[in-house]
Design a protein around this ligand. Structure first.
Ligand code: AHM
Ligand code: MG
Length: 344
């Protein structure tokens, strides 16, 4: 009886992220352990940022960078703080040769302790996406993308190491600081989600092998911009609202990419941030917002496109490049693309 109970408890306990990383290290084609160490660093930085994000309403750290808090200390905006935490964690562990961030105009070269430039990977990230939502207690997220460098090991990284198409990503993921904090990532072998137990600071595998439903009934777009949208998007929105079959669909838009994406992946839906006359190239950034989300989406059986073609096949030309973004349940994105094509 006692033994039976013990076995039940062992089986019942979910795997921790640490255990999962070790178990899956060999599934990765260049398994030198470096990629695992990068995921481990992101796990650590996510916990630190999570701690601060959760305190945002309690202590005087919300507000614009450059202002002073009541103690007369310089205030630091949470996105600036998150940026520093992720960058410092990656630098301290000496596992990457370069970092690009939404918060930094240029990429950072990481030489390594012996100045050898011997690490193989670059990380691109948006350390705290949707951070304008923090002041109103809405979930925000971190998004990251990992590539192998293309320039020779032993030399400083160049912009070419960062301007790679998304198909070359070796890992990507996001952290959602929500009602619970989750880390969701892929290394090209499906998508797995881990939930943080804040009491003990451990991520547990809570959402193994995440899959987008092939179809969905949620569409997420900032409809306030309707008049500025291209005709194909207007037509698709009208299609979503038509009474026929399982339509009209439900409209859900948080305005926090990670949260909208996460909900749609679990429930089935499409997220769209199109071009508009206000944002002629779109708003979201190809390298550290759209590519990692596209990798996750495809690994979860979904689809990610710029309205006409696969996001991950776009050859980037600049670090902070913007693209229109259609991402979600496979059939929904395909349908939206057909409206874009028809209105060309
Ligand atoms: P940010 O990187 O400045 O935070 O902007 C990205 C955010 C996304 O999280 C969100 O989906 C989008 O901007 C919302 O934009 P809008 O307010 O124009 O609808
Ligand atoms: Mg962002």
């Amino acid at each position: 009886m006692h033994q039976q109970l013990q076995r039940f408890r062992m089986e019942e306990r979910n795997k921790t992220l640490g255990e999962f990383i070790i178990e899956n290290q060999n599934a990765f084609q260049y398994s030198s352990g470096e990629l695992s160490r990068i995921i481990n660093s992101i796990r650590l930085a996510a916990k630190v940022v999570n701690y601060k994000v959760n305190k945002a309403g309690l202590v005087d750290i919300v507000g614009a960078a450059g202002e002073q808090n009541i103690q007369g200390e310089d205030q630091q905006k949470l996105d600036v703080y998150a940026n520093e935490v992720f960058i410092q964690t990656l630098i301290n562990r000496e596992i990457v040769c370069g970092i690009a961030s939404e918060e930094n105009d240029d990429f950072i070269t990481v030489a390594g302790g012996d100045n050898s430039h011997s690490n193989k990977y670059v990380v691109l990230m948006d350390p705290l996406d949707g951070s304008s939502n923090i002041d109103v207690n809405v979930s925000v997220g971190t998004i990251f993308s990992v590539f192998r460098r293309v320039t020779p090991i032993g030399t400083p990284v160049t912009i070419q190491d960062f301007l790679q198409p998304g198909t070359q990503q070796v890992a990507a993921g996001y952290v959602i600081y929500g009602t619970s904090t989750m880390l969701v990532y892929t290394t090209g072998h499906g998508v797995n989600g881990f939930t943080l137990n804040p009491a003990i600071g451990t991520f547990y595998l809570s959402h193994p092998n995440m899959k987008y439903p092939k179809d969905g009934t949620i569409y997420s777009i900032n409809e306030g911009n309707y008049v500025h949208f291209p005709q194909g998007v207007k037509d698709y929105i009208k299609y979503c609202q038509l009474e026929e079959g399982n339509r009209p669909y439900t409209s859900r838009y948080i305005g926090s990419l990670v949260s909208d994406m996460h909900r749609n992946m679990i429930k089935g839906g499409i997220y769209i941030y199109p071009t508009s006359s206000k944002a002629p190239k779109g708003k979201l950034r190809l390298l550290y917002e759209c590519n990692p989300m596209a990798f996750i989406a495809e690994q979860a059986g979904g689809k990610a496109s710029n309205g006409y073609r696969r996001i991950m096949e776009i050859q980037p030309t600049e670090l902070h490049q913007r693209v229109p973004f259609f991402c979600g349940s496979y059939n929904m994105v395909q349908k939206a693309e057909s409206f874009m094509e028809a209105a060309k």
